[in-house]
Design a protein around this ligand. Structure first.
Ligand code: GDP
Ligand code: MN
Length: 399
């Protein structure tokens, strides 16, 4: 799960990170009033979406603008807010469809001496939380990684020893910090690492971490992501969820306690058991097509959950065909059949459907499907099911 910049900054501040003063707002008037409460004579109005590259982004149908605006007066903050709210911001991380800006963060501006990059993430190969730092921070870290990878430093952290100050000082020197700033950087690292480990984060990214003209370190931008499997331990993080920023298919699935991951392919899969789901995805691939999702309805799924799962598949415009592959153990095939039939009646089946049932009450289940008049293709086994759905989808494409 990801959160907004202003939320990440509040969390990091709590763990000792130096961040600018700011106020989250939802209207132009609020933006003006927020600027009035902030110190200094420069303010920054920032679009809050779960994607980076806002500064270099543009609003849909416009070439200039961007999602980060420097302004000099509260009235200008109001005008900038008017310009950004309820509009679609496109950045290199949003894809061409962009994201609608619903909240803004108004911050006290600062004078920048240097822009650095700092992130903590999990390196799955090293099996360590890894610090990534660079002296080339700012808006184009992707270009730095591509063109001058030698300017990026990676330091793995031993989980038993934790982060040591000598590692932080070493990184500080590598990215060109001197004197008092080295000590300040160690403080920034402690804050980031403590937040990361305490909150079961998957990512903490500060880009840019700036050296101000006054000679202090300040986190000007912040991004945090969390391990979904750790969220049950952090109700305060769960509360930061913004449903507007999430895949509607995944949101609906989560509501019914389904394990669902949206993918890029065209064959919707409804399967019980993660292992069977993986096998089903593999066999679709080996038949030359790709799954539209991973979906495990679970061992003892209710009629309601199976119905919800099926509605998600049928409502997904990228799904060209549906494959139901259920092994009835605890789950009964007649319950699956009933849920599939009623979901199809409710939503309307517009794509080919292949059903492969095996196990408890399989005869009853198949008979129900047959008698329902539903336009479903019944398959014998997993290989047969994959071949049949792929053939059905392809012949429809040709037609
Ligand atoms: P991103 O483009 O989504 O990563 O948004 P950032 O928060 O990183 O802002 C983009 C850029 O705006 C930063 O790299 C800075 O160069 C600039 N910026 C942000 N806040 C300030 C500020 O207070 N003062 C100045 N001078 N520039 C700022
Ligand atoms: Mn940034």
């Amino acid at each position: 799960m990801n959160i907004h910049e202003y939320q990440a900054k509040a969390l990091l501040k709590h763990y000792g990170m130096n961040v600018p003063l700011g106020v989250v707002v939802h209207s132009p008037g609020e933006a003006r009033d927020a600027a009035k409460t902030l110190p200094g004579s420069v303010f920054v109005v920032k679009a809050q979406i779960h994607a980076g590259g806002r500064g270099a982004g543009h609003f849909l149908g416009e070439s200039s603008g961007g999602g980060v605006r420097l302004v000099k007066t509260p009235e200008e903050a109001k005008a900038a807010a008017y310009d950004m709210l309820d509009r679609t911001l496109v950045t290199r991380q949003t894809g061409p469809a962009g994201r609608v800006v619903r909240r803004l963060y108004v911050e006290a501006g600062c004078a920048i001496e240097r822009e650095l990059y700092l992130s903590l993430l999990i390196d799955r190969v090293a099996r360590r939380i890894t610090v990534v730092a660079s002296d080339a921070g700012g808006m184009s870290i992707e270009n730095v990684a591509e063109k001058t990878p030698e300017r990026i430093y990676k330091v793995p952290i031993d989980p038993a020893l934790g982060l040591s100050d000598y590692q932080s000082r070493d990184i500080a020197v590598k990215i060109g910090l001197k004197g008092q700033l080295i000590r300040e950087f160690a403080q920034v690292m402690r804050a980031a690492y403590t937040a990361f480990t305490t909150l079961d984060a998957a990512l903490v990214e500060i880009n840019p971490l700036v050296v101000t003209k006054e000679g202090t370190l300040l986190a000007l931008d912040a991004k945090m992501g969390f391990d979904d499997n750790g969220l049950f331990r952090h109700k305060e993080i769960e509360e930061l969820r913004d449903p507007n920023e999430e895949d509607p298919r995944e949101r609906e699935a989560a509501r019914f306690g389904l394990s669902y991951v949206g993918l890029e392919g065209t064959i919707g899969c409804m399967v019980n058991g993660a292992g069977l789901a993986m096998a089903t995805m593999d066999i679709i691939h080996s038949e030359g097509e790709s799954p539209a999702n991973f979906l495990d309805v679970g061992g003892g799924a209710s009629r309601e959950r199976v119905g919800a799962a099926f509605r998600i598949l049928l409502g997904d415009p990228s799904v060209e065909g549906v494959l139901v592959n259920i092994f009835g153990g605890i789950m009964r095939c007649d319950i699956i059949a009933e849920a599939v039939i009623s979901a199809c009646r409710e939503v309307g089946l517009k794509t080919p459907l292949v059903v492969r049932l095996a196990g408890t009450k399989v005869e009853e289940g198949l008979k129900m499907i047959e008698e329902s008049g539903l336009d479903a293709i019944v398959a014998e086994d997993l290989g047969d099911a994959a071949r049949k759905i792929v053939a059905a989808v392809r012949s429809r494409r040709v037609a």
